[in-house]
Design a protein around this ligand. Structure first.
Ligand SMILES: [Zn+2]
Length: 246
């Protein structure tokens, strides 16, 4: 069996308590993710990335496949006064969160849940730097973080959404090839599940040219994209992985 073989004593931030109040804790789940074949496959993908294990807090892993999070469970969850769409069919890998930051900002009770679709490189960079970066930032290697093609010049924002479907559109969440140990090939996507401070971002309609054609079953197109310049208003707490057969 492939597993992330963490020594619990090596996990720096392990005092995070996920409760029913946090709304994505255990009560909705029928089994622990380690028992799920989809979760194990996604775990194999995460291992293939070769990231530092200090990024992860495996006690907060969740699987949102049909077996682990049944169709009778809620599709939309209210947290801190705002709703987000449950990431069905995605596997979630708990990320280390600074407990002082979480306590001080009341992260688990007062900040909403949003998603940030991203690439492997950008996700690793966010986790390594312990914060989001904004285009124009000078990176540790001296290079300047560029603005992704298609973004409006001069607009230096971080984009999020309460909709997993919107955040996982190809323009945000880059698809990568993955060959599992079984030899089967997949397209893999990453999305960061985040806590975001209310009142620190603006809300706008979709910016991918869909007009009135609904993107998400639960969040309307006219309020599906959030953007902010305040990098510290956003804290990733779970890495979501989706694999599609090719
Ligand atoms: Zn599962």
């Amino acid at each position: 069996m492939i597993r992330l073989n963490y020594n619990q004593s090596e996990v720096s931030f392990e005092n995070r308590v996920e409760t029913n109040k946090q709304n994505d804790g255990h009560p909705f789940f029928s089994s622990t993710p380690g028992q799920c074949s989809l979760f194990k496959l996604c775990q194999e993908y995460v291992l293939s990335l070769g990231w530092e294990k200090c990024f992860f807090a495996p006690q907060h892993d969740r699987c949102y496949c049909n077996n682990c999070y049944s169709s009778s469970q809620p599709d939309v969850i209210l947290t801190a006064g705002d709703t987000y769409v449950v990431p069905r069919e995605w596997a979630g890998f708990g990320l280390s969160v600074d407990p002082a930051l979480a306590d001080y900002h009341k992260l688990w009770t007062e900040w909403i849940v949003t998603y940030h679709g991203t690439s492997i490189y950008a996700a690793q960079s966010i986790l390594a730097n312990r914060q989001f970066l904004i285009p124009g930032d000078v990176l540790l290697n001296g290079s300047v973080l560029g603005i992704r093609p298609g973004h409006i010049p001069g607009k230096k924002h971080i984009y999020t959404s309460p909709s997993i479907r919107y955040s996982s559109l190809d323009v945000y969440s880059i698809r990568n090839d993955f060959t599992a140990s079984s030899g089967k090939k997949y397209k893999a996507q990453l999305v960061l599940q985040c806590r975001q401070k209310p009142g620190t971002f603006k809300i706008q309609p979709e910016t991918v040219g869909r007009g009135q054609d609904p993107i998400c079953d639960f969040i309307s197109n006219d309020k599906i994209e959030y953007f902010t310049e305040i990098r510290v208003s956003l804290v990733p707490y779970r890495l979501l992985v989706n694999l599609k057969d090719i």
